[in-house]
Design a protein around this ligand. Structure first.
Ligand code: XMP
Length: 534
């Protein structure tokens, strides 16, 4: 295991991603864990190295330090940015406020032959110096080396851009190897983790399934588990994994709130009941949801109503399953598809993200209200690991690589008041859009436009416009198409879809969906717009 101590940088998760990509298991914990905690973590015998992350703050603004135990265990330590600065300060060096902030692309000279950087370079200068193209973001810098350290890297404005104590295997870099802008970043982190820490690259999905199955069996014993299945990636993979472990002891509850995409319910039930032979309770609560939404046009109020009703429906079903009967003893566990970023975000030191993306099955407080124990088998995994696991468990890639779908569903894609009539029109239009995105391929990459976009959907606009069809006049609703590209959903660009694709989608929607006579394309980026329209 590699222990990553998080000092609050925006990119700490990327360090963990890179380590996991090297097939080494790692965990992120807040930097203010105690020394006793670190010693206990190390006592398992599996701790191979420690990485200290960057921070959004300066060493002068905060007094976050690494727990002393970090430098007492005899394991290799890599400090990144703030992590390097605190390492320097804690080991007897000096850090000063820089008069010049360095932000963005930089070229760093790699000095001498440290184990960390040996043989790793992007180009050579005329004088024969090995150079690295990196990404830097700092104001402060290390100005005096701690005893035992030598300079490993430098830039004209930052003479100590890297430092190393090779006897103790302590390394610090002022730049960020975890971001892709640092060209050799992956090579540097791999060198640290695989070579210097000698961590075994044994974090592979096949092994993971066996271990996870054993863990679930041990935790659950002969008790019963219920799980809210939304059809999203996380809850689906959690269901498939738990089903692999305990089969009949799992019951999935699938709630149709009447605001699902076309054929969504059928697809989920075919997959889980049909192919996996899992117990599944499908609840058609659409009348209840649509009833409560009647006359409500305010987006926030709509969200609240949908969230509240979801909890009510789920609670009622869970209570039935908890009570047992029908050959069942009654459930004592509630399973959720919580994944590692959710865990880091809610437990970590930072949690300052403005937008929290929550799937509607992770309803907060539900386990306590229901008096059930929690089972969260995906807590250790990142999204792409969850996807890999889903495929390894036999879920179809088309299901596992789906675009995200918001918990309130079409409720936030029908502007203003939600009506069944609108939802039915939107479902048809949306299905045509998605089908054509899957059909059209980009010639250069060979990928479908579905895979080239991060999220795409249709939005129903409850306004009517005039059209002409055949010999007749029409007066019908408008649909807007939305397709975005993003890596984190915090910011997003509208996708430059080919005109031929837009043309096909528009003509199909207008011809096939009676009630819609106009299609528009949304060319707004986030910010200032959001991805969803409500
Ligand atoms: P926005 O519209 O805020 O969306 O740019 C960012 C991402 O979050 C999703 N989203 C939601 N997901 N419940 C969810 O589970 C919600 O209430 C919700 N609102 C937005 C949205 O689809 C996009 O992926």
């Amino acid at each position: 295991t590699i222990l990553i101590l998080d000092f609050g940088s925006q990119v700490t998760q990327l360090i963990a991603r890179r380590v996991r990509e090297a097939h080494v298991y790692c965990e992120v914990h807040p930097c203010d864990v105690s020394s006793a905690w670190v010693r206990e973590f190390a006592a398992s015998g599996r701790l191979k190295g420690i990485i200290l992350s960057g921070s959004h703050a300066s060493v002068y603004e905060v007094d976050d330090k690494a727990p002393d135990a970090v430098f007492e265990l005899g394991v290799p330590v890599l400090g990144i940015c703030y992590g390097m600065q605190t390492m320097a300060q804690q080991l007897g060096g000096q850090v000063s406020g820089g008069d010049k902030r360095e932000f963005g692309y930089a070229e760093v000279r790699a000095h001498g032959h440290t184990r960390l950087l040996q043989g790793i370079e992007d180009f050579r200068t005329a004088e024969g110096h090995g150079m690295l193209k990196v990404w830097m973001s700092h104001g402060d810098k290390v100005t005096a080396l701690p005893p035992g350290f030598k300079v490993m890297a430098s830039t004209p404005s930052c003479p100590i851009a890297g430092m190393a104590d090779e006897t103790r295997h302590y390394y610090g870099v002022q730049f960020h190897p975890e971001v892709t802008h640092t060209v050799q970043g992956r090579a540097i982190l791999n060198r640290f983790v695989l070579d210097i820490c000698a961590a075994k690259p044994d974090w592979v999905m096949g092994n993971y399934i066996d271990e996870a199955v054993a863990r679930i069996r041990e935790q659950v014993g002969d008790e019963e588990v219920i799980l809210g299945l939304s059809g999203g990636v996380d809850s689906s993979v959690a269901a498939a994994l738990i089903h692999r472990a305990i089969g009949e002891q799992l019951t999935c509850v699938f709630v149709d709130h009447g605001l699902l995409r076309k054929d969504e319910g059928k697809m989920v039930i075919d997959m889980f009941a049909g192919q996996l032979h899992a117990n599944i309770v499908a609840v058609d609560a659409s009348a209840q949801f649509l009833g409560h939404l009647q006359g409500v046009a305010d987006p926030e109020q709509k969200r609240k109503i949908i969230g509240r009703e979801f909890v009510e429906v789920f609670k009622a079903q869970a209570a039935k399953l908890k009570a047992g009967g029908n050959g069942h003893k009654g459930a004592t566990f509630l399973a959720q598809g919580t994944i590692y970023p959710d865990v880091i975000e809610s437990g970590g030191a930072k949690s300052k993200k403005a937008v929290t993306i929550k799937s509607h099955h992770n309803v907060g407080g539900l386990p306590e209200q229901l008096g059930l124990k929690l089972l969260e088998p995906l807590r250790d995994l990142f999204k792409d690991e969850v996807r890999e696991l889903g495929v390894a468990l036999g879920l179809p890639p088309a299901m596992v690589y789906r675009h995200p779908f918001p918990g309130p569903g079409l409720g936030v894609r029908i502007l203003g008041e939600v009506k069944k009539e609108y939802a039915d029109l939107l479902r048809e239009a949306d299905a045509i859009f998605i089908e054509e995105l899957r059909n059209f391929r980009d010639e250069a990459s060979g990928k479908s436009w579905y895979d080239l976009t991060s999220q795409a959907f249709a939005v129903f606009l409850p306004v009517k416009s005039v059209g002409v069809m055949g010999d007749g006049r029409t007066y019908d609703y408008v649909v807007a198409l939305r397709a975005v590209q993003t890596s984190d959903f915090m910011t997003a660009d509208w996708a430059e879809l080919p005109y031929a694709l837009l043309k096909k989608v528009s003509s199909r929607i207008i011809n096939e969906v009676r009630g819609i006579n106009r299609v528009t394309y949304d060319v707004s980026s986030k910010p200032p717009a959001t991805i969803e329209w409500e």
